[in-house]
Write a protein that binds this ligand. Structure first.
Ligand code: HAS
Length: 570
C-alpha cells in the first residue's frame, strides 16, 4: 500500500495494518489508546506532587532545622518519597508513554491488546493504593528498596507485586502489537520506537523475575509469619539482580525520547537507526548481570564474582557512550545545516527556546556528571569510599531525578496536549523552560552538596539526630543546608510543572500538538536484520545471567544457615 506520508511531505511506503488516525498533517495516537495513556499520566503526576512534597520535608529534616509533626517518622517520609517517585511516577509514565509510542508508530492496539492494557493499569493502581496505604499507616517504612531485615506489612509487598504483574500485562499488550506489525510487514524494519519499547519490556520481564522470587518466596511468607527468618543476603542479591536493570528500565524511555523525538523537535534526523537499535540490544544484554556492583562491600559473595560483575558493568557503559556520540552528532549535523560554523557555531543554532528540546537537554547535560559518578561507583575499590554515603544519593539525583525525569517532563509537554487535543501555548512553553532551568539549578546545588558531603563521609539514609553531635557531623551540616536550599528550588520547579500539566490537561486552548518522530539520516544505511533477531540476543542474555549469577547464588544457598523450619531459602 503506497500512501502519501503527509508528515514528511513525500511518498513513502507505509506499512500494512497500521490504522493511524490523522489530523491535518499529523499522525495521531489512536483516541482509545490515548485514553489509556492518559490514565497513566494522571497517576504519574499525582505521584510527583506527593512524592516531591515528601522530598522537601526530608531535606528539611536532614538539615536539623525542622521536626516532622504528628509523630510522622523520617523513614516513613523517605519511603513515601522513594516509592512514589522512584517506583510509581516512573512505572506509570513509562507505561503510558510506551503505549502511546507503540500506538503512534506501529498502529492502534487491537481491542484485546487494549483490554490487556486496562487490566494491567487497574492491577497496578490497586497495588499502588494498597502499598501506599501501608506506608501512610507507618506499617511499611522500609524505603524503596525494602531490604530485609526491615519488615513491612504483607499488604505492602502484595501491593508492589501487583504493580509488577500489572506492568507485565501492559508490556505483553505492547509486544503483541509489535509482533502483529512484524507479521503483517515481513522483511521490513519495524518502527524504531515500537522496537525500543519491546526491548525495554523484555528487559523488565527478565529483571523483575528476581524481585518476584524475593517477594513471593521470602518477604511475603516472612511478613505473614509463615517463616521466622529469611536469608538476608539472598534477598538482597535477588533485589539487585532486579534493581540495576530497574535503573535502565527508567533510562531507556528517556533514550527513546533522545534518539527519536528530540531530533525531530530540532528539525533534524536520527543519526543512525542501526546504532540506536544496537545500543538498546546491548542494554538488554548487560543491564541484568551487573547487580552485584551494589553489593561490593557485602561479605558472602566471593571477590571473583564481584570482579566479574564489575567488568560487565563497564560493558553496560558502552551503549550510553554510543548514545552520547549519537546525540552530539545529531545536534552538530542540524546546527551546521542551519548555518552554524566553526567548533561551537552550530551549538548556537539549536532551538533553545523550545521546552521540548531545552528541558530534556538539561537532563542530558546532567547525565554527563551523573554517568561519570556511576563509573566511580562501579570501580570496585573506589566503591568503598562512597558506598552508603550520601554521594550515592547525589549520583541518583543526577541520573534518575534529572536526566531521566526532566526528559519525561519535556515529553509530557507535547504528549499531554497531543492526547487531550490541546496545544502548548507560548506562555506555558516559557514556564516549562523556567521549570527546567530551576530544576537544573536546584539539582546542581542539592546534588553537588550531596557528592561533596559523601566524600567527607556523610552517611545516606540517616537522620540528623543520629549523628548530630559528632565532630565529623559539624563538617557535614553546611552541606545539609545547601541540600535544603537546592531541595526547595526543586519543589518550586515541581509546582511549576504540576501547573503546566493541569493547564495542558484541562485549560490549554484546543488544537493539535505533534507527536514528533524522527527519520534516520539518508546514507546511514539499511538496518541489519540481526538487530531484530530476539532469539539470538535472548540466548546471549540467558548465558550471561547464568555465568554471572549461578555460582554466587549457589554459594549463598550453600552457606545459608538453615532457618528454624529447616529450609535453606529461609
Ligand atoms: Fe547508578 C547506584 C553504577 C547509571 C541510578 N544508581 C545507583 C542508585 C540508583 C542509581 C538509584 O557501580 C542507588 C541504589 C540504592 O538505593 O542503593 N550507575 C552506575 C553506572 C552507570 C549508572 C556504571 N544509575 C545509572 C542510571 C540510573 C542510576 C542511568 C538511573 C536512571 N550506580 C552504580 C553503582 C551503584 C549505583 C555501582 C552502587 C553504589 C553503591 O555502592 O551503593 C552507567 O550506566 C552510567 C553511564 C553513563 C554515561 C554518561 C553518558 C552521557 C550521555 C549524555 C550526553 C549528553 C549530551 C548533551 C549529548 C557514561 C548519554 C550535550 C551536552 C553538551 C554540553 C553539548
Amino acid at each position: 500500500m503506497i500512501t502519501a506520508n503527509k508528515e514528511v511531505g513525500k511518498k513513502t511506503l507505509l506499512p500494512k495494518g497500521n490504522s493511524h488516525e490523522t489530523k491535518g498533517n499529523l499522525i495521531k495516537v489512536d483516541s482509545k489508546d490515548a485514553k489509556l495513556a492518559l490514565a497513566h499520566i494522571y497517576v504519574a503526576f499525582t505521584a510527583l506532587l506527593i512524592g516531591g512534597l515528601a522530598g522537601l520535608l526530608q531535606v528539611f529534616v536532614r538539615s536539623g532545622a525542622f521536626e516532622l509533626p504528628f509523630g510522622i517518622g523520617y523513614y516513613q517520609v523517605l519511603t513515601v518519597h522513594g516509592v512514589l517517585l522512584g517506583l510509581i511516577l516512573t512505572t506509570y509514565f513509562i507505561m503510558g508513554f510506551q503505549i502511546a509510542a507503540v500506538s503512534r508508530t506501529a498502529g492502534a492496539l487491537s481491542s484485546t491488546q487494549r483490554k490487556l492494557g486496562w487490566i494491567g493499569f487497574w492491577l497496578m493502581t490497586i497495588g499502588t493504593i494498597a502499598a501506599a496505604s501501608m506506608v501512610l499507616l507507618n506499617e511499611a517504612s522500609v524505603l524503596y528498596t525494602f531490604y530485609a531485615p526491615l519488615q513491612a506489612h504483607w499488604i505492602f509487598y502484595a501491593g508492589l507485586a501487583l504493580v509488577v504483574v500489572g506492568s507485565w500485562i501492559e508490556g505483553i499488550a505492547q509486544i503483541m502489537r509489535y509482533a502483529q506489525w512484524r507479521k503483517q510487514n515481513k522483511g521490513l524494519t519495524s518502527p524504531l520506537l515500537a522496537f525500543m519499547a519491546v526491548v525495554n519490556n523484555l528487559m523488565w520481564f527478565v529483571a523483575s523475575l528476581g524481585v518476584a522470587i524475593e517477594v513471593l518466596f521470602q518477604l511475603l511468607p516472612w511478613s505473614l509469619g509463615l517463616v521466622d527468618r529469611i536469608d538476608v543476603l539472598l534477598s538482597r542479591t535477588l533485589f539487585w539482580y532486579f534493581g540495576h536493570a530497574l535503573v535502565y528500565f527508567w533510562l531507556l524511555p528517556a533514550y527513546m525520547i533522545w534518539y527519536v523525538v528530540v531530533p525531530k523537535v530540532i528539525g533534524g534526523k536520527l543519526f543512525s537507526d542501526s546504532l540506536a537499535r544496537l545500543s538498546f540490544m546491548l542494554f538488554l544484554l548487560f543491564s541484568i548481570p551487573v547487580g552485584v556492583h551494589h553489593q561490593l562491600t557485602e561479605p558472602g559473595i566471593d571477590g571473583f564474582w564481584k570482579f566479574l560483575q564489575v567488568v560487565l558493568t563497564f560493558f553496560v557503559i558502552v551503549p550510553s557512550l554510543m548514545t552520547a556520540f549519537s546525540m552530539f552528532a545529531t545536534f552538530e549535523l542540524r546546527g551546521r545545516e542551519l548555518g552554524g560554523k566553526g567548533i561551537v557555531g552550530w551549538f548556537k543554532q539549536l532551538p533553545w527556546k523550545d521546552s521540548r528540546f531545552l528541558v530534556p537537554f538539561i537532563g542530558m547535560v546532567a547525565f554527563i556528571p551523573g554517568g561519570a559518578g556511576g563509573i566511580v561507583n562501579a570501580s570496585y575499590q573506589m566503591n568503598q569510599l562512597i558506598h552508603n554515603t550520601i554521594w550515592v544519593t547525589g549520583h541518583f539525583h543526577l541520573t534518575i531525578a534529572t536526566a531521566v525525569v526532566l526528559t519525561y517532563f519535556g515529553a509530557a509537554f507535547w504528549l499531554i496536549p497531543h492526547i487531550t487535543g490541546r496545544t502548548l501555548t507560548g506562555r506555558m512553553n516559557s514556564l516549562a523552560n523556567i521549570a527546567g532551568i530551576l530544576w537544573g539549578v536546584g539539582m546542581f546545588i542539592m546534588s553537588g552538596a550531596m557528592h561533596v558531603a559523601g566524600l567527607l563521609g556523610a552517611p545516606r539514609r540517616s537522620e540528623y539526630s543520629t549523628y548530630g553531635g559528632s565532630e565529623q557531623a559539624a563538617e557535614w551540616i553546611s552541606y545539609q543546608l545547601a541540600q535544603a536550599i537546592g531541595g526547595t528550588i526543586l519543589f518550586i520547579s515541581i509546582l511549576f510543572i504540576i501547573g503546566i500539566v493541569i493547564n495542558l490537561l484541562w485549560f490549554a486552548p484546543k488544537g493539535e500538538e505533534e507527536f514528533p518522530v524522527a527519520e534516520a539520516t539518508e546514507g546511514s544505511g539499511k538496518t541489519p536484520a540481526i538487530l531484530e533477531n530476539f532469539k539470538v540476543w535472548g540466548v546471549i542474555l540467558v548465558a550471561l545471567i547464568l555465568i554471572a549469577y549461578t555460582f554466587p547464588i549457589f554459594e549463598i544457598l550453600d552457606n545459608s544457615p538453615a532457618g528454624s523450619k529447616g529450609f535453606k531459602l529461609w
